[in-house]
Ligand binder design. Structure first.
Ligand SMILES: [Zn+2]
Length: 212
């Protein structure tokens, strides 16, 4: 089986997304790029029943290589992100509740918490376009410039990474920050971090964690 480790990793990530409540039913989709191939979740398969063999492998131009099922309808979005940002090797797209709520309200997720730095700056909301279209893919690519996440207007969230673990974690943190933003904005006007603070935190986060 082509890209077996990547396809298995996608199945595990989908189960985690469902268990964490970041996706409902068959919503959301996950992909991993390896060279000029992309492994991506199929359309409309419940994550509890998803097997690695059902995760399709496509070329970067979308041509199926080993794909028993139709790919996610957002395949154009995943492929457009890989084409525009060659350093990206994983994309996680969810309809997580708080991120989707913010996508209906705002033009960006402002710097209300230092975690926003992990997305490269305030998170833009891409203008609405119908799901699965090249227009939505292009809007997402624009919103991701210099960022590792964006919101899709009245739709959901996209997180990217140099590997799937990083993209998954960003999707989870993005949901958390959006949830905090909604709660804070419901109670008052959230304070924003001072100018320059996101950049300072980004530099600090780059060396955060257990170094080997
Ligand atoms: Zn979607």
């Amino acid at each position: 089986m082509l890209l077996e480790p990547e396809r298995e990793e996608i199945v595990r990530a989908c189960r985690k997304l469902a268990a964490a409540g970041l996706v409902v039913g068959t919503a959301g989709n996950v992909s991993v790029r390896a060279g000029d191939l992309v492994a991506v979740t199929p359309s409309g398969v419940d994550y509890a029943e998803l097997a690695a063999g059902a995760v399709g492998v496509h070329r970067l131009d979308g041509t199926p290589v080993e794909a028993p099922l139709a790919p996610t309808s957002e395949l154009p979005l995943h492929l457009a992100v890989y084409e525009a940002y060659p350093g990206t090797a994983a994309v996680v797209h969810t309809h997580s509740v708080a991120a989707t709520a913010v996508s209906t309200l705002a033009d960006e997720l402002p710097a209300i918490h230092y975690y926003v730095a992990m997305f490269g700056g305030t998170v833009r909301v891409a203008p609405y376009a119908t799901y699965g279209t090249d227009e939505l893919a292009a809007n997402a690519v624009r919103a991701l410039r210099g960022r590792t996440a964006c919101l899709l207007g009245s739709h959901g969230a996209v997180a990217t990474g140099q590997d799937l673990k990083t993209a998954y974690d960003r999707a989870a943190y993005l949901e958390w920050v959006c949830d905090v933003y909604l709660r804070a904005a419901a109670a008052g006007t959230p304070r924003l971090l001072p100018p320059g603070e996101l950049e300072a935190v980004a530099a600090k986060l780059a060396s955060y964690g257990q170094r080997r």
